[in-house]
Design a protein around this ligand. Structure first.
Ligand code: URA
Length: 425
């Protein structure tokens, strides 16, 4: 006989109660084992969306998800471990640069990543634009690469927090993604299971982010920092602006090319600024000295990137895919770019083929958007503002529609606004 009645557990949360530790363990364990059906877990998730969770309740929920699978043991490494997680944004190719950058300064960076869903891209999809590169690494391979190269970007294995995989798929189709405790528990369970000792969260705020509202983003950041600290993972968070795409590209191969520019000491200033800010946090958390800007300028980060890609079968000598068709959007007047909406650009890149609507969909490596002009830069009537890249010309119409209202040209530059908005520790 079952220890609890699922309907009682649902009603308890529906009426604003706290789930007991035993109820949480029973529920997460039972759902993972297939003993509690989707419809009952869906109802509970919706009750959590409305009622929230107390701090201790969320801590137990997260722990139960961690315990649904294995925990990686990174304790054999001689380097200090530190990871970064971004809540996702448009043109956010920071991980590609940051992992080798921080590794080149002495850390081990186990960057277990996901694929893109919706208008924000996924790190694995980006790296798969490199010929031969493989996302799957076994636990022994991962540990060995972390020791020798210092970093790995790879897919989280199926054994890591499997209950989250099931819960997330259910949340995705039941309108229950947007809950601070559920998001925090989902993200942090995977990071705790990954075995990193320290973690920096890049919580994006703005139109292109998961959370457009700064106050909610800060609450999410604080909740995740608390969960990390309570589980022995030294955790801090930066809130960073995501109203405008980061860098000048959104799309898989396009973003790899731009990441390589930064790794070779160039690239767009906003992308460099966010990357260096996160690297500085990561180094401080694991007690390492080192100058991230210098490691970009002197080629040491780039050399580590090459070693990481080659260790995972990638051939950087092979050309990156290029789209067969390019359309351009031109400025209809002269002035200064006042607005370039991240969500519009992200959705356009997605509709061009860079992203997927369902987990099973393939992505195009070549598709995406290049922003030739960014806010604050001058533009003359007829200049190209955006390039749209795709292998399938029939995709252009819907991509252009996504950009309706996304670009505005003004007479005067927009007020300067900071990229890194807040640090939460
Ligand atoms: N990413 C996750 O891994 N989980 C969430 O709930 C939301 C974003």
């Amino acid at each position: 006989m079952s220890a609890f009645d699922a309907v009682d557990v649902i009603c308890n949360k529906r009426d604003g109660g706290r789930l007991s530790d035993a109820e949480i363990d029973w529920l997460i364990g039972g759902y993972g084992a297939g003993a509690i059906p989707d419809e009952q877990v869906s109802a509970l998730l919706m009750a959590i969306v409305w009622r929230g969770m107390e701090r201790a309740e969320l801590a137990r929920w997260t722990q139960a998800i961690v315990e649904s699978g294995e925990r990686l043991d990174l304790s054999r490494l001689t380097r200090p471990t530190v990871d970064k997680h971004s809540t996702g944004g448009v043109g956010d190719k920071v991980s590609l640069i940051l992992a080798p950058l921080v590794a080149s300064l002495g850390a081990a960076v186990p960057q277990l990543s996901g694929r893109g869903l919706g208008h924000t891209g996924g790190t694995l999809d980006k790296l798969e634009a490199i010929s031969g590169w493989r996302a799957a690494l076994g636990p022994d391979e991962l540990v060995s690469q972390l020791e020798t190269v210092g970093c790995a970007i790879c897919a989280a294995g199926a054994g890591l927090a499997p209950a989250d995989r099931k819960l997330y798929a259910l949340r995705d189709v039941t309108g229950t993604v947007e809950s601070i405790p559920l998001i925090a528990g989902s993200i942090m369970s995977k990071k705790i299971a990954e075995g990193t000792s320290a973690l920096v969260l890049d919580v994006k705020v703005g139109s292109g982010a998961f959370m457009a509202d700064r106050e909610r983003a800060a609450r999410l950041a604080r909740t995740m920092v608390e969960l990390g600290s309570e589980n022995g993972v030294r955790t801090t968070a930066l809130l960073s602006a995501m109203d405008v795409p980061l860098g000048r590209t959104a799309g898989n191969a396009l973003e790899v090319r731009e990441a390589l520019e930064v790794l070779h000491g160039g690239g767009p200033a906003d992308l460099v600024e966010v990357t260096v800010a996160l690297a500085t946090e990561m180094l401080a958390l694991c007690g390492l000295a080192g100058d991230p800007a210098a490691a970009l300028a002197d080629g040491s980060a780039a050399a580590t990137f090459v070693r990481m890609i080659e260790a995972q079968g990638g051939d950087l000598g092979a050309p990156l895919p290029v789209a067969r068709h390019v359309e351009v959007l031109r400025a209809d007047r002269s002035g200064v770019l006042g607005r370039l909406d991240a969500r519009g650009v992200g959705v356009a890149a997605w509709r061009l083929g860079a992203g997927r609507a369902r987990k099973e969909d393939p992505v195009s490596a070549a598709a995406g958007v290049v922003c030739r002009v960014k806010p604050g830069e001058e533009v003359a009537a007829g200049d190209v503002v955006l390039e749209l890249h795709s292998d399938e010309p029939e995709r252009f119409e819907r991509a252009v529609a996504a950009l309706d209202g996304a670009v505005r040209i003004d007479d005067a530059p927009p007020p300067a606004s900071p990229l890194v908005l807040e640090r939460i520790a």
